[in-house]
Ligand binder design. Structure first.
Ligand SMILES: Nc1ncnc2c1ncn2[C@@H]1O[C@H](COP(=O)(O)OP(=O)(O)OP(=O)(O)O)[C@@H](O)[C@H]1O
Ligand SMILES: [Mg+2]
Length: 253
């Protein structure tokens, strides 16, 4: 795969001409997308548009058939596997929370901090004041301060999602990819999640895939519309909502 001639300065993620086929069907069809550091971007589009596949390609779960995927201008993500890409600072949140239910909220965060270490080792390991402070910060951010000693299994679905986001944040990623965070949340949890993301966006870059338009509106960030594996439109939510093609393929249905 040839390297691009030049990637614009100050680019965090550079996706260009990415195609991924499954049995001849192009789930991604010459997809191009650029993210700047510190940017939050919402990705919307109909079912099957390629949103999750795009995240699979960025995180190394899938290799593109064609195209360029560069991180921080000079790291070719197509040459790295999933674990390496996570270590490079790209965190991913799947739709289903994967917290450890029989550990407490605090212990889950502690575990995330330890990175590769095993559960028991990490829990026996004495926390430095610095690590302790970091966990406190994240507990506050994810609004679970007063639930720190609850078992994760006893949290609501929304709270589990926040905990998992907290676990990702513990590893201080440069870029976070989050797939349908508001799915299954109550209206109140959805509104709080939008607040949380806006706070996160102050010092992280975020790509958020979502179908819930009230949630996307609350994020108040640039929106990219995917359709049939490529970018159909880009702009503010208002702009894309007025785009005739977007109305035809997605919003108007
Ligand atoms: N591993 C796979 N094998 C075969 N087809 C796949 C595979 N993964 C995805 N696809 C197909 O690729 C297309 C894009 O799927 P993708 O999951 O990326 O869509 P999406 O935009 O995330 O949709 P949704 O909003 O429903 O989550 C779909 O037609 C899907 O059936
Ligand atoms: Mg999806």
């Amino acid at each position: 795969m040839s390297k691009p001639k030049h990637i614009p300065q100050n680019t965090l993620l550079y996706v260009d001409g990415v195609t991924k086929s499954f049995d001849g069907f192009k789930a991604l069809n010459s997809l191009s997308l650029i993210m700047e550091p510190g940017e939050m971007r919402a990705i919307i589009g109909p079912n099957g548009a390629g949103k999750t596949t795009m995240m699979d390609v960025i995180t190394g779960k899938l290799r593109p058939d064609e195209g360029i995927v560069m991180f921080e201008q000079d790291i070719d993500l197509t040459q790295h596997d999933e674990a390496e890409i996570a270590n490079l600072g790209i965190g991913r949140k799947f739709q289903k929370p994967s917290v450890i239910e029989n550990l407490t909220v605090f212990e889950n965060l502690e575990l995330a901090l330890s990175g590769g270490r095993g559960v028991f080792q990490s829990l026996l390991h004495k926390l430095s004041n610095q690590s302790f402070g970091r966990i406190e910060e994240v507990l506050e951010l994810i609004r679970l301060q007063d639930k720190r000693s609850w078992l994760a299994g006893s949290l609501s679905h929304g709270q589990k999602q926040w905990l998992e986001i907290g676990m990702l944040i513990m590893q201080e990623p440069r870029l976070l990819l989050i797939d349908e965070p508001a799915a299954g949340m109550t209206d109140e949890e959805t509104a709080l999640t939008a607040e949380l993301f806006k706070q996160l966006a102050q010092d992280h870059s975020l790509v958020v895939v979502e179908h819930d338009m009230d949630f996307v509106k609350a994020l108040d960030c640039p929106v990219t519309v995917l359709h049939e594996g490529s970018v159909l439109a880009q702009g503010t939510l208002e702009q894309v909502q007025q785009n005739q093609q977007v109305i035809e393929v997605y919003l108007g249905r």
